[in-house]
Design a protein around this ligand. Sequence first.
Ligand code: SF4
Length: 293
Amino acid sequence: MHFTGRTWRPPYEANSYIIQLTSGCTYGKCSFCNLYKEEPFCLTPLSTFEEDLAEIKKYQPNARRIFLTGANPFALSYEKLKPYILTVRDYLIKCQTIAMFASIRDIKNKEVWQLKKLRAMGVNGLSIGTESGDDETLFLAKKGYTSQDILEQCRKLDEAGIEYYFVYMAGLAGAGGGTRNAVNSAKVFSQLNPYFIHVDSLTLFQGTELYTLANEGKFIPAGEKERLEEMQIFIKNLQIRTHFFANTISNFYPVTAYLPKEREKVVGELQHVMDTFSEEEMLEYRKGLKTLG
Ligand code: SF4
């Protein structure tokens, strides 16, 4: 298999077969991210992609789900993406879905009819690092889109029948901004149909803009308890039926829930964590995080 640079896949794609379609990120401006700083965006040549598909076929001829790696392979135009997607079927006849990371920005360059065609070819399961639905927070994070863009672009996915997952980042609004971020994000997300919402908690890493701003005293990170309260508010305000996962390493305490059914349970669990652990204990945990992977 041809993997270059950083290979990153979400935890929930652990059972998918991964293959590199792109490396690096087309954008690279998010103020909390240092993931692909040294890696220029690059598309795997079709011949190399085919070699990898042949290798997967050799060992897993019945593979049913493929995850295309790269920060945002969906940035490729419809015309560029199409031959790769069709080639997956040439090799893996039982493959049902082809998933990948996508940004809201990457959906903009596609018409609904193109999204429908991609869905028909097998594209399904876009992991979208929305991070927030609050305009002030999106601006601070330099995501390059607004809450209105999230609504407009994801409605196109809904129309095309493409399943998608959101990421929400607790603490991203900084100290004092958690409630606003949670309420406004829940309002936006509740108008859409994410199959699940995955929550990370902001960790400041060297080399990011937010890290520098924090050192200069221009960004005050939210406290650990404030983030858990933010998550409670977010959960209470979500008005959709969806799965909720906050169970990766950036979360001090892992929680998962099916909403709204388990709303009270998970809000209670978070309260229990806040009542049991001190701010210092939680902060110590975060300081120990060297990477998110
Ligand atoms: S968060 Fe994603 S889109 Fe933003 S710079 Fe990092 S890899 Fe690129």
